[in-house]
Design a protein around this ligand. Sequence first.
Ligand code: FMN
Length: 214
Amino acid sequence: MTSSTSTRKTAETSTPVHPLIGERWSPRGFDRRYVLDDGALLSLLEAARWAPSANNSQPWRFLPTRRNEVTFDQLTDLLAPGNRSWAPAASALVLVAAQTADDTGRPRPWALYDTGQAVAALTIQAQATGLSVHQMGGFDADAARRIFNLDSTLTPVVVLAVGRHDADARLPEPLAAREHASRSREPLDALLLTDRGSLTHRGPLTDTGRADTA
Ligand SMILES: Cc1cc2nc3c(=O)[nH]c(=O)nc-3n(C[C@H](O)[C@H](O)[C@H](O)COP(=O)(O)O)c2cc1C
């Protein structure tokens, strides 16, 4: 059985969110036979391209590669051992780098932030097209810089595993257990930098945007 609906890890939310947000999760079980065609890969990169960025600087850079390509194996070798145990089953690996300085060497302070937004857009585009993305910070960024000749303005940030989720994929423990565990997050209240009371305990917002506490 191979289906992104066969293992649902729907977010338990305090208020409804769009299914593309609520249903997205990061699997480690990928269908190792699934081939990502050019169009599918391009649409992911296109979604990333249209992310917002500071001054429209678009500091994200991508090195996409598909299974059975030399670059795919090179990227696999750079992964931390835990990631290397499952990520090669993905259809594509994408090295993501941020241009953290411009051509004159001046820092781009929002480059990492912007690049994260581009990956978020890519991830939601994947979810909308029945694909899954698992981001990995566990890789040797210095070696990536060397092997792929990245200039000093580029900071390797993550490697993305992209493919079709396979609920029956074999994973080593403890990853197999994690694959089926429910997802969790901090409560929304814990994220609010406010002492004005809990947002979730306020009344509905009026159309002026103020909480209607009357
Ligand atoms: C920047 C970043 C780095 C990550 N690095 C790894 C990693 O090296 N290995 C891994 O298995 N998951 C990694 N993840 C995935 C997170 O563990 C995962 O997104 C988080 O546990 C929430 O799970 P969910 O995406 O299924 O909601 C990373 C995620 C992000 C955003």
